[in-house]
Ligand binder design. Structure first.
Ligand code: 5AD
Ligand code: SF4
Length: 495
């Protein structure tokens, strides 16, 4: 496969310095190369991108897939592809452990197919210790890049292929290409991307985080906060809508501080207001909101909007003021409750979800019962609950009193019980109502030739399963919630 002559493809033209032109230059070169490789194999080349972690990573993967498709690769479900990319997460230690296991598995696949390319990117690759370990223990990996330079995929692939093609001697076949940037304020627009769904999509509005919560590794691996220009964001949404997208999710680590540092700034609330007035948009969601930055202006815009979903994800992390201070969160439990009051005054039906960490260093039984108390008081619609995970390099990792595992586990179970109770109570209050849902998926194929089971998403993010037909996917329909099954509903279409 690698007996091709690069000279036929490398026209010698200088790569432009400016972006995105530089990447289009490399995409054109890679496209020729991939076509030649495909001709040798007698079939199209396949890619597989596996995403770990959050919505941001999923969005980044759509961009990676956009470049791969632009250069001639086809998507492949399994990891038996010509190129496999793992877009990694490192927010908790077990995310890293999982990835190491999976890279080991890729190594076995590569033994069967030495032509396969293995690339790793994302948050875990921004950690020097992880890269060192891969360099030493997983030498079959071909390419490592980070979170700041995913837009460079075509250029990096050209380098990887170049290494292989220009030097076919066995000892040089596995020169690993590593390209990690520590930090940058660069945002490259106008690159291709493949949207996973035809009717809903994420839209990055900002990257990075400046908050330095003491447990969190994100500011170290995703860099400083930087916002996209609002004109670029709104144009992207308009283009999406004209291509059939009905729901957008505005994405950022802390969307409420959107706009800071822009030459021509607008607030997040203003951005939402403008997005709300785009013709054809049906639903707008956003995440994540930091309680310290949630403005009255935002609540007002939400309450008066036509398309912003009545749902807010507002991570509280803890209900203890002492722990919140140690976490560097800049609000108290009372501040949080005040916000909940304002949100519910303005929108009585709003769904409120959260993130909570159990077992932050020094957490006492009293601190934990403050968290339980806050959860009881709020009555969350749902919560992501996490056991504290020590992340090397964060201030909390150096804190002395780490809570013993068995104590954390016991607290975690108690918290789950409280959350489960409030989730069920909130969900069951909707039973019997007819609500608008966005039909997202086919659950089961039709078995009587007519109807099949579909899954739709409510404004509050819960799911309902009901009978319908596949051409309803991507549409907004009124569905009666016949029965609440805890975290989801069984329903029927309102005639
Ligand atoms: N340990 C446990 N949970 C964490 N999170 C972030 N860092 C850690 C950590 N070190 C959780 C927070 C955050 C969510 C995305 O992940 O609750 O809101
Ligand atoms: Fe991490 Fe805090 Fe930033 Fe969220 S706001 S990404 S928890 S540092």
């Amino acid at each position: 496969m690698f007996d091709l002559n690069l000279d036929n493809i490398d026209t010698g033209l200088q790569a432009p310095e400016s972006e995105p032109h530089r990447q289009y230059h490399y995409m054109a070169k890679c496209r020729k190369l991939v076509a030649k490789l495909a001709a040798v194999k007698g079939r199209k080349l396949k890619y597989h991108v596996e995403t770990f972690g959050c919505q941001m990573n999923f969005k980044d993967s759509e961009k990676l897939e956009g470049v791969l498709e632009a250069i001639g690769f086809e998507a492949e479900e399994s990891e038996k592809a010509d190129i496999v990319i793992y877009n990694t997460c490192t927010v908790r230690e077990n995310a890293n452990t999982k990835v190491y296991g999976r890279i080991g598995y890729l190594g076995k696949l590569k033994k069967q197919n030495p032509d396969m390319l293995i690339a790793l990117c994302g948050c875990m690759m921004q950690e020097a210790v992880a890269v060192e370990k891969i360099k030493n223990s997983y030498r079959f990996v071909d390419l490592i890049f980070g979170t700041h330079n995913i837009y460079k995929l075509a250029e990096l692939l050209w380098k990887v292929y170049g290494n292989r093609l220009s030097d076919n001697r066995a000892e040089h076949r596995h020169r690993m290409v590593i390209d990690i940037w520590k930090d940058t304020d660069r945002i490259v627009e106008e690159l291709p991307s493949v949207l996973k769904y035809k009717f809903k999509a994420g839209v990055n509005i900002m990257f990075g985080c400046n908050n330095f919560c003491t447990y969190c590794i994100v500011p170290y691996v995703r860099g400083r906060e930087r916002s996209r220009k609002y004109a670029d964001i709104l144009k992207e949404i308009r283009d999406m809508v004209s291509n059939g997208i009905v729901e957008v999710m505005l994405l950022g680590q802390n969307v409420n501080s959107y706009g800071k540092g822009l030459e021509d700034p607008i607030s997040f609330a203003e951005l939402l207001k403008q997005a709300d007035s785009i013709d054809g948009i049906k639903r707008i969601r956003f995440m994540t909101s930091h309680p310290k930055d949630l403005s009255d202006e935002l609540i007002d815009v939400m309450a008066h909007s036509r398309h912003i979903c009545r749902h807010i994800h507002l991570p509280v992390q803890s209900g203890s003021d002492r722990i919140l201070k140690a976490m560097n969160r800049h609000y108290t439990a009372a501040d949080y409750m005040k916000l909940i009051g304002k949100l519910r005054d303005a929108m009585p039906d709003i769904a409120i979800t959260t993130d909570i960490i159990v077992g932050f260093p020094t957490e006492t039984e009293e601190d934990f019962s403050d968290t339980l108390k806050l959860c009881e008081e709020v009555g969350f619609d749902s919560a992501f609950t996490f056991i504290y995970s020590k992340r090397t390099g964060t201030p909390a990792a150096a804190m002395e009193e780490q809570v013993p595992d068995d104590v954390v586990k016991e607290r975690f179970d108690r918290l789950l019980e409280v959350i489960q109770r409030s989730s069920e109570k909130r969900a069951s209050s909707l039973a019997g109502k007819t609500v608008e849902v966005l039909v997202e998926e086919l659950d089961r194929e039709p078995n009587d030739g007519h109807s099949c089971m579909l899954t739709g998403r409510l404004e509050n993010n819960l799911l309902v399963h009901f009978k319908g037909c596949p051409d309803m996917i991507g549409k907004l329909l009124n569905v009666k919630l016949d029965e609440c099954r805890g975290f989801y509903f069984l329903g029927s279409i309102e005639e």
